[in-house]
Design a protein around this ligand. Structure first.
Ligand code: BTN
Length: 309
């Protein structure tokens, strides 16, 4: 109902009376008043005058009612340990495909390879529960799909040249703006669920000494609408979910890739692979050509770019 009230407030040119709202939405004026009070508690500024209610300010928060089409699928937290943990619990209990856990801030946000993911307010942190009907061997394609969707959203909304670093970082001007962490629950031949956690440095400021990271705010010199960005990103992901096993997905990743054709050093399972990144295979693994011309298929690892060759 809060979402419907916001929509009515946003659509009216000036004020809308409690009576009109109550008629339009089919609830009592007292209920309207209670929901308006709830919205005010959530940070919306709504003026009440004898002529009615007027929306003066919307905070840039991400409550479920700001995503009316997805509202029933969203679990929202102002602060949480990690959206990955909440999503895992939900998925284990049978939460359907498309369940989304969103947090305004995380106290134990985590990244790949057991790293910490700093998650102060202003960033975008969410985990999406997916139940793809593909072989577990192809699960890394989900990372590719998510990173392509993030880069596409950044390019569309802000016109910035977002690029991808294998396996699933999104870079702008060579600095990381978004990280993706996927956790899978599977048997040998069937995936129960894959939870895709996405962290975007949106309206956070990255410390000067952090040479390898950036934020959308730092690059654009102003804050973005996180709501608008998240809406766009979820649409981009949804569009690609059906393309998971299509070659078009790999083509899109290759076009956006900052890794291909670069000299790379990859620390993979305690071993170092050095060479030129020449391709990715159908499972999303990186093909690296060593100095002796031999080809190595790298499934996991931390990739460091050196100069283009
Ligand atoms: C990485 O680059 O190492 C991956 C970072 C993934 C961070 C996101 S934020 C939402 C979700 N919750 C977490 O604790 N981690 C992921």
């Amino acid at each position: 109902m809060k979402g419907r009230i916001l929509k009515a407030l946003r659509e009216c040119s000036d004020c809308i009376s409690g009576e009109t709202l109550s008629e339009q939405l089919g609830i009592s004026r007292v209920s309207i008043w209670k929901h308006i009070r709830g919205l005010k508690e959530d940070g919306y500024v709504i003026e009440a005058s004898p002529r009615g209610y007027r929306l003066v300010f919307s905070p840039d928060s991400l409550p479920p009612y700001e995503f009316p089409d997805l509202e029933g699928r969203i679990h929202y937290f102002r602060q949480i340990g990690s959206t990955m943990d909440a999503a895992r619990e939900l998925a284990k209990k049978g939460a359907p495909e498309g369940t989304i856990v969103i947090a305004e801030a995380q106290t134990r946000g985590r990244g790949r390879l057991s790293r910490q993911w700093l998650s102060p307010e202003g960033g975008i942190y969410f985990t999406l529960v997916l139940r793809p009907k593909i072989s577990p061997a192809y699960a890394p394609r989900i990372n590719l799909m998510a990173s392509v969707a993030v880069a596409a959203s950044i390019r569309k909304l802000f016109g910035l040249k977002a690029e991808l670093k294998w396996p699933n970082d999104v870079l702008i001007e060579g600095k990381k703006v978004c990280g993706i962490l996927a956790e899978m629950d599977a048997e040998m031949d069937v995936i129960n669920f894959v939870n895709v956690g996405i962290g975007v440095n949106a309206n956070t400021s990255v410390a000067q000494f952090q040479k390898t990271a950036t934020s959308l705010k730092d690059i654009l010199g102003k804050e973005i609408s996180r709501k608008e960005f998240l809406r766009a990103l979820l649409t981009e992901i949804e569009r690609r979910e059906t393309l998971l096993m299509e070659s078009a997905l790999l083509d899109e990743w290759k076009k956006l890739s900052a890794t291909l054709h670069k000299n790379v050093r990859i620390v993979s399972l305690g071993e170092e692979v050095i060479g030129q990144a020449v391709d990715i295979d159908a499972t999303g693994a990186l093909i690296v050509k060593g100095t002796d011309g031999s080809l190595r298929t790298v499934l996991v690892g931390d990739c460091i770019h050196s100069k283009r060759v």
